[in-house]
Write a protein that binds this ligand. Structure first.
Ligand SMILES: [Zn+2]
Length: 702
């Protein structure tokens, strides 16, 4: 949840239904017409496996047999692991996803070292090498201090009135550095084959509007104000002025927050992103911020329509252009300009950035090592270029073949489940099957790699490379507006430990980095693979039928394909799931938000049930290979819970419960299984056991 540094709010990311809470990074995707094989490096990239952290397999020895699986399945599977593991100081959580994320970092560390050492490198290896070499040169970064931002800060100091402020905003967007609102391309919700421009809310330093008003978050708001003052002071504002300006900045953001939608609203009503208007209509709504001028200033043709997604937010922003005094605007722009750049500036700035966003907001105990931070910057700036190197050394071809078979088996099982539903009419079922028929799976890495020609990096300056990548990526995003959607693009890099469903392309996507134990192991038996990646595949497919995904049809258009009666029957079932998750206590006095997490919980329930069916179809007629005294069915559910093993700092959990559509992992380990009779029979649980939901509370959807 750390802020996206120096980049407009990534709209596309907000619309993807991901598997897990890790921020999915949209560092790069495939561009039209750029089919290229990975270039043969002058010195072939290689990987020293012995230097990587070990993978985390499901192991029967991890089970706490003293616990009762039917009472507390989480403690039975993960209790021993939790007792034996601490959250590493430089992380705010630790579990199956984090362990693979560390492994992905370790792979990239080796690759970055090789690229940086190769002075003759060209293409993507030069980009990665330049980023890494300049980022690791701490002495040079420190010697520069804030000097790289001198011109930007001088241009803010020169602002006097509404017109000059609006002009500054346009110029910052044109450089790819806009932070006040999100702006970028996405498929037209009503015509998913074409990209249009979307302008969305933004501009807040805290993760959700609630942080500016909620009583239980006032401590974080006070800490934020102190952080704003500190950053302003570091940038050269005298201490007394900095404290006063920080108060103004917080008041400024509080106005923006009041006009903003909450995380819950945005995650549960995707249509809030879609509000097509003509530029002339938009200009009437925001008379001090002319959209026609804005499009021209970005080098874009003025479109017939674009989505002014949250008009109330933009209207308030427009009033603020007129009535907020210039000194407050200047303090706000100065703070965010420095804050977004801080991770790439000298230690004083980077340390303060960590002290607030890492320590205060996420409860992290230590700053990440420099090499990890630099790899993070490469991920944001040129992630897919790095991914092209990653899959050369870290993704075996046989993984892709095994995954294709698993996806096929899950598809078959899901179709059978839809056909058998007793609560849905034949009409709606037929539409659901049509949607099922057009799912596109993507496995490992893109079939076409993006062309990075034109991104100029060098060995002179770290932040210059970061800024060059921002500008390059922004121009690349803008180039899609008004053009047909390229369905070969990926919204995640191959080295990301996550997966997603995109409702506008009706695609399920599995990056290479998640195709490892405990999710996926080509050497493991079916029980482990279906309980891990099988359920993940089912999860992503079910997103097509969750409370948001079900609003899009087979072609990816926002169309209501439901009869009223079926929509009502669906809502009755999802209401039960909301109540189930509302009952879980994440922190003392803080419950999980069943509504915010509904789509993910629907996906977990459908995904696990479908994977179970698929496993039985795949193993039909084969004897149960009882392993370590555990049946196939037991091992299936045990690996599901292993995937969700996790420890998290209370601060980080608090942020997630307030903003993230995924429930904390401990509840995902038990939430879906407790609704499945197959779980109860696998562990011989009885009615009344905590892991057996009573019939009136048991949820069956897909
Ligand atoms: Zn999901």
């Amino acid at each position: 949840m750390s802020k996206p540094n120096f980049a407009p709010t990534a709209l596309a990311v907000a619309l993807l239904s991901t598997l897990a809470l890790g921020a999915c990074q949209k560092g790069g995707d495939a561009a039209p017409g750029t089919a290229q094989a990975a270039p043969a490096a002058q010195n072939a990239l290689h990987l020293d496996e012995a230097k990587l952290p070990p993978v985390n397999h499901f192991a029967a020895t991890d089970l706490d047999k003293a616990k009762n699986a039917c009472a507390d399945f989480g403690a039975y599977v993960n209790g021993k692991w939790q007792a034996a593991n601490e959250i590493p100081g430089d992380r705010s959580s630790w579990g199956a996803f984090d362990m693979l994320a560390e492994r992905s970092l370790a792979v990239r560390h080796q690759l970055a070292d090789q690229a940086a050492a190769d002075a003759r490198a060209t293409g993507i290896e030069k980009i990665v090498g330049d980023f890494y070499a300049t980022g690791m040169d701490a002495a040079k970064v420190n010697a520069q201090g804030i000097a790289p931002l001198k011109d930007r800060l001088a241009s803010i100091d020169a602002l006097t009135d509404t017109a000059s402020i609006a002009g500054w905003l346009r110029a910052s967007y044109a450089r790819g550095e806009g932070f006040l609102f999100g702006f970028g391309p996405e498929a037209d919700f009503k015509n998913s084959a074409m990209n249009i421009a979307y302008a969305t809310q933004g501009g807040l330093g805290l993760p959700d509007r609630g942080y500016y008003f909620d009583k239980d978050k006032q401590d974080k708001l006070a800490a934020y104000q102190a952080h704003v003052a500190k950053v302003l002071e570091l940038s050269g504002v005298p201490a007394a002025d900095a404290a006063r300006q920080a108060k103004d900045v917080v008041a400024f953001e509080t106005r923006l927050a009041k006009a903003s939608k909450s995380s819950e609203e945005l995650s549960r009503d995707v249509s809030l992103y879609y509000n097509p208007v003509t530029p002339a209509q938009a200009d009437q709504l925001t008379p001090h911020f002319a959209w026609t001028t804005f499009f021209q200033s970005q080098g874009l043709a003025v479109p017939a329509t674009f989505s002014l997604a949250m008009p109330a937010f933009h209207q308030e922003l427009d009033r603020m252009l007129a009535d907020v005094p210039a000194p407050t605007w200047k303090a706000y722009l100065r703070f965010h300009t420095v804050d977004e750049a801080s991770p790439y500036l000298s230690d004083a700035f980077a340390d303060e950035n960590y002290a607030f966003y890492g320590k205060v907001m996420r409860g992290q105990k230590e700053q990440k090592a420099r090499w990890k931070r630099v790899l993070g910057a490469i991920e944001s700036g040129a992630g897919e270029a790095f991914g092209q190197m990653y899959v050369q050394v870290a993704f075996p071809a046989e993984s892709k073949q095994r995954m294709e078979q698993l996806v096929q088996n899950l598809r078959t099982a899901l179709k059978a489940r839809i056909e058998k539903l007793d609560w849905m009419s034949p009409d709606t079922k037929a539409k659901g099957i049509a949607k099922w028929d057009s799912f596109t799976p993507k496995i490992g890495y893109p079939s076409k790699w993006r062309d990075w020609t034109g991104l100029k990096t060098a060995r002179d300056s770290y932040i210059a490379n970061v800024l060059a990548a921002n500008a390059f990526n922004y121009q690349w995003e803008l180039s899609k507006i008004g053009k047909p959607v390229d369905r070969t693009e990926w919204g995640m890099t191959p080295q990301t430990v996550n997966a997603y469903y995109n409702p506008m392309r009706n695609e399920i996507v599995f990056p290479a980095a998640i195709l490892q134990p405990p999710f996926f192991d080509p050497k493991a038996d079916d029980a482990v693979n279906y309980g891990g990646i099988g359920a993940v595949i089912g999860h992503e497919m079910t997103h097509g039928y969750d409370d948001q995904g079900s609003r899009f049809d087979a072609a990816g258009n926002m169309v209501n394909w439901w009869t009223d009666a079926d929509a009502k029957a669906f809502a009755a079932r999802t209401d039960k799931l909301i109540r189930q998750f509302n009952g879980y206590e994440a922190l003392p006095g803080i419950k999980v938000n069943g509504k915010l997490t509904l789509g993910e919980n629907i996906a977990d329930l459908g995904g696990l049930a479908t994977a179970y069916d698929a496993m039985h179809a795949a193993t039909a007629g084969k004897p149960d290979p009882i392993t370590d005294g555990l049946s196939r069915d037991q091992r299936f559910f045990l690996n599901w819970a292993t995937v969700w093993r996790d420890k998290m700092t209370p601060d980080y959990k608090k942020v997630l419960v307030a903003t993230n559509p995924h429930a904390p992992a401990e509840f995902r380990a038990i939430g879906a299984p407790s609704n499945l009779p197959a779980f109860a029979s696998a562990f011989q649980c009885k009615a009344g056991d905590p892991m057996v939901r009573a019939d009136d509370g048991r949820v069956v959807i897909w």
